[in-house]
Design a protein around this ligand. Structure first.
Ligand SMILES: Cc1ncc(COP(=O)(O)O)c(C=O)c1O
Length: 440
């Protein structure tokens, strides 16, 4: 494992800081080189067990299954860009038809872009067009992207908003973050007070429900800290939207595409949204944003929304092959996700009993998070300790990503083998144990 970085690695890090504008790097210096199955390799040839899926993109193995890679190569040899929204092409149409089979029957149209934020921009604009209403509701802790429209919906860290606002067409309301209930209540005796708040405050005092176009929701909050809400919360939100003619937009960019054990994360809650947005895992490693709408919402006016690269043939080839992989392996993936999720949660719950700094364990399928605190009583977020754990794991050959203030995501590919899973969890436990001992 990387006891020290090579000269080449150090040079890349130095040159990176000189020529690139970026601020979201993890607290350890992993320089990606290649990946296969359960593993990622850095530029010095060090091998890591990957519990990140490169931010929930490689849900079916690092580097994607061989069938996906060869479909992309084949298409790259033919034509990659076809100016799909100006000219026509066969492959994006066939892919759209195939993707719709994964959605409820009432869904019939979609728009292609290149990222999660663009998928949400499209959903934001379409919901205004469809409803002729201008306001939007979103949740505290939400992350919907960083372009100006979706950035207005995002509310997970103030640094993401600072100097970019105002975002005055969005009203934020509390999410069902039960570990830190904003109303000081406990689930289930709370009666889902957070949903009630929307009716009694946001839609009674802030804005008329007749002016709200959409409620944007992550079925499980990702960047905000890996927070899984109770079923009733999502059902209540659906009810509020329906009662007021507001569209419900399910942002499935991180939680979708089998990550939670179901193709659509919303299906875990037994409700349908009106618009779904997807990205990350959809393109099999290539950029692809997708906004899927209910047929009854209709079409959008000529020229109202488009882009240059949407429907890129190489991305569509990857997307089509990854969808074929999912359809062919659906029962295996569902079963594996369920078994592995239970195994991981059990190990983490045992760790929670043993270590004071492990405050909360939560998850849905293979989208699992832990939250670190200085102690269970005060629940003070332990951001420094979280970063120590990440660095310790890196030094022992395990890649993990942070989320929220002091959480860690555990999102290996759904195809991860049992030995890699066990070894990764052993390394994580060792890191938590060491950090816990230093925190006392
Ligand atoms: C739920 C959710 N929505 C939107 C986005 C933005 O996606 P992108 O980074 O592709 O713009 C992300 C990214 O992490 C996300 O997790």
């Amino acid at each position: 494992m990387p006891s020290r970085l090579s000269k080449k690695a150090r040079s890349i890090l130095k040159r990176d800081r000189k020529v690139l504008l970026t601020t979201t790097r993890v607290p350890y210096p992993f320089i990606a080189s290649r990946g296969e199955g359960d593993f990622a390799y850095d530029i010095d040839g060090n091998k890591f067990i990957d519990f990140t899926s490169f931010i929930a993109v490689y849900n079916f193995g690092i580097g994607s299954p061989a069938s996906v890679r060869s479909a992309i190569s084949k298409q790259a040899g033919k034509l990659m860009h076809s100016a799909f929204y100006d000219f026509n092409a066969q492959e994006p149409v066939e892919y759209a038809e195939k993707l719709l089979t994964m959605f409820p029957k009432s869904f019939g149209r979609m728009f292609f872009s290149n990222s999660g934020t663009e998928a949400n921009e499209a959903a934001l604009k379409f919901s205004r067009l469809f409803t002729k209403r201008q306001y939007t509701l979103a949740f505290y802790g939400a992350f919907h992207g960083r372009t100006l429209g979706s950035l207005g919906l995002t509310a997970s860290r103030v640094v993401q908003h600072e100097r970019f606002g105002p975002f005055n067409s969005v009203i934020h309301v509390p999410y069902a973050y039960c570990y830190r209930c904003p109303f000081g209540k406990e689930y289930p005796s709370c009666g889902i007070a957070c949903a009630d708040y929307i009716k009694k405050n946001a839609l009674s005092k802030d804005v008329s429900p007749r002016e709200v176009s959409a409620i944007f929701i992550e079925p499980m909050q990702g960047e905000g800290g890996y927070i899984a809400p109770p079923k009733e919360f999502v059902k209540e939100i659906r009810k509020i939207a329906t009662e007021n003619g507001i569209l419900l937009v399910s942002d499935e960019v991180q939680a979708g595409y089998m990550r939670t054990g179901k193709f659509l994360a919303m299906d875990n809650f037994g409700v349908e949204a009106d618009i779904y947005t997807m990205a990350k895992a959809s393109g099999g490693g290539l950029p692809l944003g997708i906004t899927v709408t209910r047929s009854s919402l209709g079409d959008i006016p000529e020229g109202a929304h488009s882009n240059t690269f949407g429907g890129n043939l190489a991305s569509i080839a990857g997307a089509s092959a990854v969808l074929d992989y999912v359809k062919k392996n659906m029962s295996m993936l569902t079963k594996a996700s369920d078994e592995k999720s239970r195994f991981i949660m059990k190990r983490l719950d045992e760790m929670k009993e043993r270590y004071e700094i492990l405050g909360d364990v939560r998850g849905l399928g293979m989208m699992i998070g832990i939250e670190l605190v200085t102690d269970k009583e005060s629940k003070t977020p332990a951001a420094t300790q979280r970063d120590e754990v990440l660095k310790h794991c890196y030094s022992k050959g395990l890649l993990l990503l942070p989320a929220g203030v002091s959480s860690i995501r555990i999102i290996p590919p759904l195809t991860v083998s049992r030995p890699s899973l066990e070894k990764g969890l052993d390394i994580l436990e060792e890191a938590i144990k060491a950090t816990n001992a230093r925190t006392k």
